[in-house]
Design a protein around this ligand. Structure first.
Ligand SMILES: *Cc1c(COP(=O)(O)O)cnc(C)c1O
Length: 393
């Protein structure tokens, strides 16, 4: 039986879109280059387990997450593909990584030393070395540190360097000079490793942006995140994508109340909106506590009702918002906040622009309060509502 939800507010995740984006990317990459599906942050808000399973079934070979808990979540769900943790893990948590066959990111000789001290078993610890070529976040930046790291690594053959990688700061921008500089520094870093006689199997640098622009420069693995979800890495890349991306995420709620309001009446907290004539006002069951940010209050933000755009009026409340309808419609009518309804469509990019942020943040901000419905071949295959996971009917 499908898990229920008792408020008509939900996210739809189109797993066929994810499948298509992954397959198109794999076909676009050279044969030697594998795909790592980045499912950190609950699969950018789409659902880590569901996206991971779909990506793997569509030909992805690897998964990536931000921290160890996210990797363990995937293992507990029964996923067996290789997983890389992109952020830092504690040296004392190597045992957990080994137990669940999870690869860790490293970039300090001191980390290795501590991990070697903590770890008492003999099973191999799989590591990817991170080089900081200009992102300034994590990674080794100079040859001396790399050589100290290499020396430490050679002291203990339980620690296996499976990969080496870097991350670009500007791959989505039109001006490629900084990207090129980072790329050159990465090649230099690889040559330092080679001098140390360390030759990891996996070499990777590309996020979605770099991989879409330079598929032939991505060594043997790409870390495919935002565009797996059907989104362009930046507005400027939107027009130049090598294949069509399909957006997987839609957000809906229903009208919970509909009324005709007299002229010059106020709507919502602060009474900031006043009706200018008789207006049909609809109340919608979603608010800022669901992640539908309060900054979206006001008429620039629109929703779609029966294929027509309607402005949000007044301040967005914690669990509800109001919109101005073009005519009387029944309570229970579906309201589209992200996605398509007939010929109208609200994209994640449109919401990102209203919020003056990037599209990455938009699906991430819709939290667990909003159930996720998974579609495959237009049919619902799963409903996830963490709030009442234990309910018995
Ligand atoms: C999130 C992340 C990615 C994925 O980037 P996209 O732009 O979403 O494709 C790749 N590599 C690292 C290190 C990341 O943190």
């Amino acid at each position: 039986m499908m898990a229920p939800y008792y408020r008509d507010t939900w996210v739809e995740v189109d797993l066929d879109a994810i499948e298509s984006n992954v397959q198109n990317m794999i076909n676009y990459l050279p044969d030697k280059t594998q795909l790592m599906a980045v499912v950190k942050a609950n699969g950018y808000g789409h659902g880590a387990v569901e996206v991971a399973e779909t990506a793997l079934a569509s030909g992805a070979d690897w998964l990536a997450v931000a921290f160890l808990d996210e990797a363990v979540e995937l293992r507990l769900a029964g996923i067996e593909a290789p997983i890389l943790v992109l952020g830092r893990a504690r040296p004392e948590d190597v045992l957990t990584a080994v137990k669940y066959h999870i690869s860790l990111t490293v970039y300090q000789a001191e980390w290795l030393e501590e991990a070697m001290r903590f770890y008492k078993k003999n099973d191999p610890v799989f590591l990817h070395l991170k080089l900081d070529t200009g992102m300034g976040r994590l990674g080794i930046r100079d040859e001396q540190s790399l050589s100290r790291f290499a020396r430490k690594l050679k002291e203990d053959n339980r620690f296996v360097l499976e990969g080496v990688y870097t991350h670009f700061a500007t791959a989505d921008e039109d001006d490629e000079s900084y990207f090129n500089e980072q790329y050159q520094r990465f090649k230099t870093g690889l040559s330092w490793l080679k001098k140390e006689n360390i030759n990891p199997n996996m070499i990777h640098c590309g996020n979605s942006a770099a991989s879409l622009k330079h598929p032939d420069k991505m060594f043997n693995l790409v870390r495919f995140g935002i565009s797996m979800y059907g989104l362009s890495p930046s507005p400027s890349m939107r027009e130049k994508l090598p294949f069509q991306l399909k957006e997987a995420f839609s957000l809906y709620a229903c009208l919970t109340h509909v009324k005709k309001v007299e002229p010059d009446e106020a709507i919502s907290y602060g009474a900031t909106y006043r009706t200018s004539s008789y207006e049909w006002i609809g109340t919608v069951g979603i608010g800022y506590a669901d992640g539908w940010r309060r900054e979206l209050s006001g008429q620039h933000n629109q929703v779609i009702v029966n294929g027509e755009r309607c402005p949000v009026v007044g301040r967005i409340c914690m669990d509800q918002l109001m919109c101005r309808l073009n005519s009387e419609v029944p309570v229970g009518t579906k309201v589209t906040l992200i996605g398509s309804d007939q010929d109208e469509r609200i994209t994640i990019d449109e919401i990102a622009e209203l919020l003056e942020t990037i599209n990455y943040e938009v699906p991430c901000m819709i939290n667990e309060r909003v159930p996720r419905i998974y579609l495959k071949n237009k049919e619902i295959i799963k409903i996830k509502n963490p709030l009442i996971k234990g309910i018995r009917l």
